[in-house]
Design a protein around this ligand. Structure first.
Ligand code: HEM
Length: 468
């Protein structure tokens, strides 16, 4: 029997082993059984799971007006029916721009748009410095992976996809190299553990301190730009905003890994890549394998018809970007062999909360994939694709590890292209007391904690990696 409200029970649990390995099969089954909206159980809590492209777009575009993001709009939460230790609750109750409505959201969002603009406008010096820094980070990470080898095994998630965006985070935060790497390590622990509680405390303390320091001595970085755009942020509010950065940068790491898997296993995408159209290929992966599979909950302001159901006021909806992008009503309009892919997919969101950083995230991913293809003559999965381990998560589609066999391209040599590029000017100076023109070894020595872990990961030793 088809339930007509969220209080009907029992509901089908969404996060199963099948969902981890083959989410598309689960989407298909739910679509067949219920249509574009299905009632499901999310870690013990009932939610409406929205699978239809039109329905997801409708809710995204009407955020704030008809669908609230603030957790206070969730009836079960305000009535005390959501357990305090329900895993996603800390995130949903974060009370920052990502989870606010109306005027509060508009003010915070304007500050984010202003703070990220320097990195997204190709003509701005910050964007140019960032581009060179990303390229150099890629080279530094690949150097560590390949040091002294021409062929070998690597985990491109732990050794490349995840540390790279977190190194970018250190730069966006405007923290010097030595401290920046401690921060990177704590971000890593926060997202995957172990010691995520300790990491949260240390990060909050760091972000609070950062807020105080940047208010006194502003720099060229995101916290300073946020404060310049919205000087009435309190230190605590700014610290809470800053948690958005590493979370979204981690999604960028997942997109890098998803793109690498697709580049290895999907002949149509490989064909796109061989034409040099890496950015186009990244867009296609963002559409087909979105790293944010589901965006965080929205709550109906009033009773609303959606799909075949009436969503009661205060009920939560979980919007599936992955299912919407693959909704036959949307996907069948795209030819299978289209090399140039559509931009109408929902992987960057839509409406008031849409991603303000699409260009930077695409740029990080594009450079990361392009540099891998330049530095490696061959890359192959070290496991059959259907045995790759996925992180169980209500929101993200991310690999736990990405084991590959590699063969270094002899001509590329270590750090070839980025050195050539940086020889003529500022190489993307680090916010650090280690001079940017210091030998690479000195720079690496200064970032001891991260590099110690990355070195230990070579040859498959994973003992020190957070999350291992
Ligand atoms: C592949 C990487 C990324 C993807 C797929 C992505 C996607 C998204 C999506 C779907 C949303 C909307 C969420 C919602 O409607 O609930 C969003 C919001 C946001 N993103 Fe991104 N993002 C990425 C990277 C980044 C990066 C690198 C940054 C910052 C440097 C960033 C900053 C933000 C912020 C601040 C918001 C909240 C905006 C608001 O609520 O108004 N994102 N992102």
């Amino acid at each position: 029997m088809i339930p007509d409200s969220l209080s009907s029970s029992p509901l089908e649990p969404l996060l199963t082993r099948e969902y981890d390995t083959e989410p598309a099969l689960v989407h298909e089954r739910l679509r067949r059984a219920y249509g574009p909206v299905a009632p499901v159980d999310l870690l013990g809590v009932p939610v409406w799971f929205v699978l239809g492209y039109d329905e997801v777009l409708h809710v995204l575009q009407n955020a704030g007006e008809r669908w609230r993001k603030c957790v206070a709009g969730w009836r079960a939460y305000t009535e005390g029916r959501v357990p305090a230790d329900w895993p996603p609750l800390t995130l949903l109750a974060a009370d920052n721009t990502g989870f606010q409505d109306g005027d509060r959201h508009r003010a915070g969002r304007a500050a984010w748009d202003a703070a990220l603009r320097p990195y997204q406008d190709p003509a701005h010096p910050q964007a140019q410095l960032m581009e060179r820094a990303i390229l150099r980070y890629c080279d530094e990470l690949i150097d560590v992976v390949t040091e002294g080898t021409s062929t070998g095994l690597a985990d491109l998630s732990a050794q490349y996809g995840r540390p790279l965006p977190l190194m970018v985070a250190g730069r966006l935060f405007g923290i010097g190299i030595g401290r920046g790497d401690d921060l990177v390590m704590d971000l890593w622990r926060l997202l995957d553990g172990p010691d995520s509680g300790g990491a949260y405390q240390r990060l909050h303390a760091t972000f609070l301190e950062l807020a105080t320091v940047k208010r006194r001595r502003p720099g060229e970085d995101v916290p300073s730009y946020l404060l310049a755009a919205k000087p009435d942020f309190t230190d605590d509010e700014l610290a809470r905003e800053l948690f958005l950065l590493p979370a979204f940068l981690d999604f960028t790491g997942s997109l890098i890994c998803n793109a690498v898997v697709e580049a290895i296993t999907n002949p149509r995408l490989r064909a796109t890549l061989s034409t040099g159209a890496v950015e186009e290929a990244v867009n296609r992966v963002a559409m087909l394998k979105p790293s944010i599979a589901n965006v965080t909950l929205r709550y109906a302001r009033a009773d609303a018809k959606l799909g075949n159901f009436t969503i009661a006021a205060g009920d939560p909806v979980l919007l599936s970007i992955a299912a919407a992008n693959n909704d036959p009503r949307f996907a069948s309009a795209l030819g299978d062999d289209t090399v140039r892919s559509t931009r109408a997919h929902l992987s960057w969101g839509a409406g008031p909360h849409r991603c303000p950083s699409r260009r930077l995230a695409t740029q990080i991913t594009t450079i990361a994939v392009r540099r891998l293809l330049e530095r490696f003559a061959a890359l192959g999965l070290a496991l059959p694709p259907d045995q790759l381990p996925w992180r169980p998560s209500p929101f993200t589609r991310a690999l736990r590890s990405l084991p590959v066999q590699y063969e270094v391209r002899p001509a590329s040599g270590p750090r070839g292209r980025s050195d050539a590029q940086s020889a003529g000017g500022d190489s993307g100076r680090e916010p650090s007391d280690v001079p940017a023109d210091a030998p690479a070894d000195n720079r690496r020595a200064a970032r001891s904690s991260l590099w110690t872990v990355l070195r230990r990961l070579r040859g498959g030793r994973r003992d020190d990696q957070p999350g291992a």
